[in-house]
Design a protein around this ligand. Structure first.
Ligand code: ACO
Length: 326
């Protein structure tokens, strides 16, 4: 097949708030310990947004870095998608604020809410826009301030999350229709609302009129996470005729080291191909994958031509994978 449209990654960027909160710092806030957190989650520290920072200000900095990396001007972008569950406001969307911050006053911008799977959903959505021919260059952003929705008195959740933002630029290009093409090769999205009570926020504009706090049945989430993630990764391999040996890098959602290790092991992906940032960032929800991508790009691990598997699971449940040749 010749002349197949592909959404090709042109650049990436990220931003982390300045303040680092270690596990030891949290020992002063709740009854926890560094060793409990490290043993159960692999998390050692997380970044927390300053009072004057919001999801859109973090997202804007990540977007600017991604544009610089792509060597593009803001005016080149005609689609901005921001994956977030912690928007600055109920409306307008975080994406329109980032769009304005960049000085873009054309094209389309919208938020996408699939919790921790948000970035995978946003990549899949941008890909479909670009493949349709309606748009040419997309900024795909994951940005979160989960520190604003965790219950800082609940030790079972507050130790897990952090703030940050990451972004990539996708541009419509061409390939041959094989897995050797650069670009998004496949995306697999799933959701099942029956799992709502396992991970949710107990408020919202249409229910309580308040923002609410994150609630989670951690053990239950853990039980489902590995199996669901493995399914969508296998589906991505099947859709593209590829397998674990073809992967250069596995970039999972960074929720918990044990979930990541168990998933990689069951998929037959060796530890040296797994990108891990959960130790430094905690779980930054929709921002975790682009933050990990940017870390691995900047230290020279992900290179042009590498086959990279992204996957995530989050509230809903939502889960999904995207296979991308860089
Ligand atoms: N510090 C010390 N003790 C704690 C803490 C803490 N921060 N939190 C809970 N405990 C205690 C519990 O109270 C419990 O004590 P008890 O036995 O006296 O009742 C004990 O530790 C064990 O609690 P569990 O919840 O059973 O611990 P578990 O081994 O399941 O680990 C964890 C909890 C880390 C949350 C784990 O279940 C997990 O990782 N689940 C997946 C959660 C996750 O990754 N969510 C995000 C994915 S989706 C998304 O990204 C939105």
């Amino acid at each position: 097949m010749a002349g197949v449209r592909r959404s090709i990654v042109k650049g990436c960027g990220s931003y982390l708030p300045r303040t680092v909160v270690t596990n030891r710092d949290l020992e002063d806030r709740v009854a926890t310990s560094d060793s409990w957190i490290v043993q159960r989650t692999g998390i050692r520290q997380r970044h927390i947004a300053e009072p004057d920072e919001t999801t859109s200000t973090l997202g804007l900095k990540a977007a600017e870095a991604a544009l610089a990396d792509a060597g593009m001007a803001a005016a080149d972008i005609d689609l901005v998608i921001c994956a977030t569950s912690t928007p600055d406001y109920t409306f307008p969307s975080t994406a329109t604020q980032i769009q304005d911050g960049l000085g873009i006053h054309g094209g389309a911008a919208f938020d996408l809410q699939a919790v921790c799977t948000g970035f995978v959903y946003a990549v899949a959505t941008a890909d479909k826009f670009l493949l349709s021919g309606s748009h040419r260059r997309a900024l795909v952003i994951g940005a979160e301030t989960f520190s604003r929705i965790v219950d800082w008195e609940d030790r079972t959740t507050c130790v897990l999350f952090g703030d940050g933002a990451g972004a990539i630029v996708l541009e419509a290009g061409e390939g041959n229709g094989t897995s050797a093409d650069r670009g998004v090769l496949t995306s697999q999205l799933r959701s099942d609302g029956r799992y709502r009570d396992k991970l949710y926020v107990d408020g919202g504009p249409g229910s309580t009129g308040t923002t609410g706090h994150l609630r989670m049945q951690g053990r239950e989430v853990f039980k489902f996470a590995v199996g669901k993630v493995i399914d969508v990764v296998h589906e991505a391999f099947a859709a593209t005729g590829t397998g674990p040996d073809d992967l250069a890098w596995f970039v999972p959602h960074q929720a918990n080291r044990r979930i990541i290790d168990a998933s990689a092991e069951k998929l037959g992906i060796p530890p040296e191909k797994v990108v891990i940032t959960v130790d430094r960032h905690g779980n930054t929800s929709a921002a975790s994958i682009p933050l990990a991508i940017d870390a691995a790009r900047r230290d020279g691990r992900i290179r042009e031509g590498d086959l990279v598997m992204l996957e995530a699971i989050g509230g809903g449940f939502t889960w999904g994978s995207a296979l991308v040749r860089w």
